[in-house]
Design a protein around this ligand. Structure first.
Ligand SMILES: NC(=O)c1ccc[n+]([C@@H]2O[C@H](COP(=O)([O-])OP(=O)(O)OC[C@H]3O[C@@H](n4cnc5c(N)ncnc54)[C@H](OP(=O)(O)O)[C@@H]3O)[C@@H](O)[C@H]2O)c1
Length: 221
């Protein structure tokens, strides 16, 4: 039986999944100190992901160190990983991750990057191979489904790519970790959504001490 197509992201309470800039990731401490926009964006990203960083699973998978919390947030992070047989992502998410992920990239399954750039597959130790797909989101999804077998396909991000899949009616379900932070600007998850087409059905709402996990099934209107 084919699995579901889903996405799972952390979102600020005012609807953003990316702050104004992600340049802080490659900036030096001096550059950040001179540019309040970089400092602010870094602080916002840390607050957005504050629920995930302390979790044992997240720390193990991103090679951030031993130990960590083992409550419901940790279970949800692990369950999201375990249900995923393959991922699809946009090129900008890949570009942000390429210098930041550990050598053993945290997917451990095939990843299909939708892009205009032609590039040979990039195989990492630990089971992640990035395949670069140049003929659109449907082809990337077909390849991901094939690779995932019975497991689910995760549209990992970022905002532009998730929106393409939502508007094409290709998402079955999504989860949002709603973080207690306001961004004011950045990339909004649902900016440009074809709202007349998408109907949502609540599946689950789970508050923890750090964040609120919301899951919806997507139906056609
Ligand atoms: N908050 C969260 O939980 C979360 C989760 C995941 C990601 N993110 C963040 O999301 C950000 C990236 O999101 P984004 O919205 O800026 O970009 P994105 O969706 O990652 O990538 C968009 C790019 O992918 C390529 N692309 C997308 N659709 C295509 C198509 N149909 N055909 C060919 N190429 C296509 C294009 O790049 P080219 O033309 O260059 O090929 C396009 O500019 C990152 O900063 C990442 O950290 C946040």
């Amino acid at each position: 039986m084919a699995g579901k197509v889903f996405f799972s992201v952390s979102m600020s309470l005012d609807g953003f999944i990316v702050p104004e800039s992600m340049e802080w990731l490659v900036a030096t401490p001096e550059q950040r100190a001179q540019d309040p926009r970089l400092e602010r964006s870094m602080a916002q990203w840390m607050q957005l992901q504050a629920w995930a960083f302390p979790q044992r699973f997240f720390r193990e998978n991103l090679k951030l160190g031993e130990g960590g919390e083992e409550g419901r947030d940790n279970d949800i992070a692990r369950e999201t990983f375990e249900r995923t047989g393959a991922s699809v992502m946009g090129k900008r998410m890949f570009d942000v991750g390429e210098p930041a992920w550990p050598e053993e990239a945290p997917f451990h399954t095939p990843v299909f990057v939708v892009t205009h750039e032609k590039r040979d597959p990039w195989e990492r130790p630990g089971g992640t191979t990035f395949h670069f797909v140049n003929d659109g989101i449907q082809t990337a999804l077909d390849q991901a489904r094939e690779a995932a077998g019975d497991r689910d396909v995760r549209v990992a991000g970022g905002g532009a790519t998730i929106l393409e899949y939502v508007n094409a009616g290709l998402i079955d379900e999504f989860s949002i970790a709603l973080s207690p932070v306001l961004f004011g600007s950045g990339i909004r998850l649902f900016e440009g959504v074809d709202a007349g087409r998408v109907a949502l059905e609540p599946v689950r709402a789970e508050p923890t001490q750090r964040v609120t996990h919301l899951t919806y099934a997507v139906r056609e209107r």
